[in-house]
Design a protein around this ligand. Sequence first.
Ligand code: NAP
Length: 247
Amino acid sequence: MSNSEKVWLVTGGSRGIGQAIVERALADGNRVAVLSRNPKKDKTEATNKENNDRQLNLAADVCDEAQLQVAVEQIISEWGRLDVVVNNAGLHRGGKTSSLDLEDWEAVVQTNLSGALKVIRSAEPHLEQGASIVNIGAVVGFRGFPGDAAYASSKAGLAGLTRALSIEYAKRGIRVNLVIPGLVFTDMTSGLSEKAMDSMRDMIPLGRLGEAAEIAAVVHSVAAATYMTGAFIPVDGGLMSTFGMPG
Ligand code: NAP
């Protein structure tokens, strides 16, 4: 492995924003472990064309610490180290709080918040000075939207976890940051009605949805930003500016 080559773990890397993060990391010459519950059999097109051994598709549920430990051990046994962890796996279930099924609440919080903690704890023994953790937040974690209590709470919690860990890990030289995507068309948002999409688009100062690759580009800058930790970085077409930046 060359000195510039890093080993990335991207949770939820099989599709959507995670897949774009994986593609970008591979294009930059890194090795990438792509973790999801139902991993693809194929590698990305870019990896297939040249060097198949730079991508490892791993099956694990971020809610299951034992599965995560097996996955991390596999990365270490294949590549001997871990440099960048992206907590991107996510689940959205909406519903008015009064009628929200508690199972939905638990699933969202378990995946988006406790899942990130479990991934970090599984990876932590292998992270060294210079390692970087990038958590993927959401604008709803900072701004109230009715009917989104579970998702908003999980993402607000992830923001708190980011700040707490950034301080805990600072002395070891491990950075922890939160990238906050705006609205991107993926499987997660494909169920939104056209009317809901239009009204959300109207709220975005740049007047359009984001592309997954635009989020991935920022994740890569943040992962490489050696003097940034505990930061919240919106990539949202200006949506956060309409109600003030998080503190
Ligand atoms: P997506 O298309 O639904 O993809 C979700 C990914 O997470 C899939 O790879 C899925 O694979 C994986 N995943 C879900 N639950 C998992 C679990 N328990 N264990 C392991 N992997 C799991 O979602 P997306 O829109 O790309 O969202 C990616 C991240 O960005 C999420 O954290 C989301 O909250 C955040 N985000 C998205 C938007 C947006 O507009 N799309 C906006 C703000 C923030 P499997 O199903 O195979 O496990």
